[in-house]
Design a protein around this ligand. Structure first.
Ligand code: PLP
Length: 467
């Protein structure tokens, strides 16, 4: 064995503090690949630093998406990132766990015992709505042709409240469907069943009821829609079904208002979607859809992938994606159980109700949603409020304390009304709510005494993330 002088120069480079490293000491190319590699710990720090001024997710009152999961859930998800949700033969246990989740959710939505329901995980509600919409379109076309309707004479249509989430507009554009919207009114911030029925005809692929309108958090009266459609369908040439977009309510209402009839208990509800990453309490990247019976999912939309020598039916737009959010969803179901979900949602609701009261007590605001249903607080400035500031100014003030609380106009027919909305999530504990309340009252007080720049420009802008 021969030995030479110990070369320390390489080792020494690892002793450098992160901010003394050559990589941190220059402007690394950002829009072209850097020619050299850099150490992992330095790359980690540089990326983290890029995110420094992004705002604290926990203080973001704009989003419905989960911003907290338990350490064990995060660990589990981190350890399963490589599992591909589409690959049922390589990961059969993961496939079984997805299957359990579909069954748990179908049960929460009161699927009839004798129904051959089908369901799948998706990337989120947007993909789930796309699948639900496609099923309704294909099923309509098959049945309309059989009923002697000229399917090429007109575009098929979809009926939905004007408070729809943008995914439905996408669905209609991508699939060449006419989007027929039922305007919301000030008195009724959800769908008017009679007005919806006036838009229904032989070319209607379905009516979408929304359990948790994105703008205000209100629920459509899906039972009323179902009743109207029951009467309509008795004499219609072609029956019209309901799909429920329960992105935010689907994993909230079953625990909080089990008696509310909005789900598969209703005759005409044939499919429902939800976002696991909203009140399903999982980090972003998971949605679900269930069809009440296989009859509602046309066969031509189902593709078979080979699986352990057999074939598994799949229905998806995406192919490969990580299964870790599916496992995160199962972790939550297993960990919290029915009682756990109910208690978490109960606490979240208490915080929303408290915040609504805080806002109302100032006397300046009219409350549209007081958090007593979905834990969403939504309000506008009272017509006669004697103030020189707007909700946009208030949003800016709250932002100074790190709170993101968006202000934005309501949709069609109500677009002159600017509202502010807080989405309360499980990680917004009452203790934090008291601090927010303090910041809120202070913000209002500061605005009352601030030098405000008056402008003749009507205050209408999109402020923050509204969908
Ligand atoms: C959030 C939301 C969606 C979109 O859900 P993603 O999971 O973000 O794709 C669709 N519809 C409604 C009513 C929503 O609130």
């Amino acid at each position: 064995m021969l030995y030479g002088k110990d070369d320390q120069s390489k080792a020494r480079s690892y002793v450098n503090p992160v901010f003394g490293s050559p990589a941190s000491d220059r402007d690394i190319p950002k829009y072209k690949l850097n020619p050299e590699s850099i150490e992992p710990r330095i790359a980690y720090r540089l990326v983290k630093d890029e995110l420094l001024d992004e705002g604290v997710a926990r203080q973001n009152l704009a989003t419905f998406c989960q911003t907290y999961m338990e350490d064990e859930a995060t660990k589990l998800m981190g350890e399963t990132l490589e599992k591909n949700a589409i690959d049922k033969s390589e990961y059969p246990r993961t496939a079984e766990i997805e299957n359990r989740c579909v069954n748990i959710i179908a049960d929460l939505w009161n699927v009839p015992n004798d129904a051959n329901y089908l369901g799948t995980s998706t990337v989120g509600s947007s993909e789930a709505c796309m699948l639900g919409g496609m099923a309704m379109k294909f099923r309509w076309r098959n049945r309309a042709a059989a009923a002697g309707i000229d399917v090429s004479a007109r575009k098929p249509n979809l009926v939905i409240s004007s408070g729809y989430q943008v995914c439905w507009e996408k669905f209609c554009v991508y699939w060449d469907i006419e989007l027929r919207t039922v305007p919301m009114s000030r008195e009724r911030m959800s769908v008017d069943a009679d007005a919806a029925m006036a838009l229904v005809d032989d070319y209607t692929i379905g009516v979408v009821g929304i359990l948790g309108i994105t703008y205000t958090g209100q629920y459509d009266d899906i039972e009323a829609l179902d009743e109207k459609l029951r009467v309509y369908n008795e004499r219609a040439k072609i029956t019209v079904p309901i799909h429920v977009d329960a992105a935010s309510g689907g994993l909230y209402t079953p625990f909080m208002e089990p008696e509310l009839r909005w789900d598969f208990r209703l005759e005409n509800v044939i499919s429902i979607n939800t976002s696991g990453h909203k009140y399903g309490l999982v980090y972003p990247g998971i949605g679900w859809i269930v069809w009440k019976d296989e009859a509602y999912l046309p066969k031509e939309l189902i593709f078979k992938v080979s699986y352990l020598g057999g074939e598994t039916p799949t229905m998806a737009i995406n192919f490969s994606r990580s299964a870790s959010p599916v496992l995160g969803q199962y972790y939550n179901f297993l960990r919290y159980g029915h009682e756990g979900y109910r208690k978490i949602h109960e606490r979240t609701k208490d915080v929303a109700v408290f915040l609504a009261k805080t806002v109302e007590d100032t006397g300046y605001f009219e409350i549209y949603n007081d958090g007593s249903r979905l834990p969403i607080v939504c309000y506008t400035l009272k017509d006669g409020a004697d103030v020189r500031w707007t909700l946009y100014d208030l949003a800016d003030r709250l932002q100074m304390k790190g709170w993101q609380a968006p202000a934005y106009p309501l949709p069609e027919a109500l677009q002159d009304t600017i509202i502010q909305r807080y989405v309360v999530r499980a990680d917004f504990a009452m203790n934090m709510a008291y601090e927010f309340a303090e910041d809120f009252r202070q913000a209002v007080d500061e605005l009352n005494h601030a030098r405000i720049l008056d402008s003749d420009e009507p205050a209408r802008k999109i402020h923050g993330f509204t969908h």
